[in-house]
Design a protein around this ligand. Structure first.
Ligand code: SF4
Length: 149
């Protein structure tokens, strides 16, 4: 199962915000540190905010910050939110597969997909930023090369 770029960026964003705790940083700064287009990061951040996992603090020194909910969020749930719950194979697409009414492969893939997500359920965002990831992320803070539009 391959995650979309948006799901991966959502996880990277939330990990980045987790390492600096209560200190907010701007979406442009995070985009620069993660070396992704600002426009993509802004869309992902809006979705994370809608889910209550991050918040925007206004005013001088404001920016994005992780919420308490975000800090303890389940990685599996976050992946489900971003990926949806569709099949890993498009059995019903423009040219529906003739086996779809009784396909053991489809059932096996559904079980495998659920097992994959279930393995991520117990992990929290806090878990993801334990060493060695946290120190690597902290090393990126403040390093923001040219940001793509
Ligand atoms: S063979 Fe099974 S899993 Fe593959 S497209 Fe057809 S119904 Fe879906």
């Amino acid at each position: 199962m391959r995650l979309t770029k948006s799901t991966d960026l959502a996880l990277r964003t939330i990990m980045r915000l987790a390492v600096t705790g209560a200190e907010p940083c701007t979406a442009r700064q995070v985009a620069g540190e993660m070396q992704v287009p600002y426009s993509h990061l802004a869309k992902v951040a809006a979705r994370l905010q809608h889910l209550g996992l991050i918040e925007t603090r206004r005013g001088r020194g404001g920016g994005l910050a992780l919420t308490a909910t975000g800090r303890t969020a389940s990685v599996g749930q976050l992946v489900r939110e971003f990926e949806g719950v569709g099949d890993v194979v498009d059995c019903e697409g423009d040219a529906p597969c003739p086996l779809r009414q009784g396909c053991r492969l489809r059932m096996a893939l559904r079980r495998a997909q659920e097992a994959f997500l279930a393995s991520l359920d117990p992990l929290t965002v806090d878990d993801l930023v334990a060493s060695p990831t946290g120190p690597v992320l902290l090393g990126l803070v403040g390093r923001a090369p040219g940001v793509s539009p």
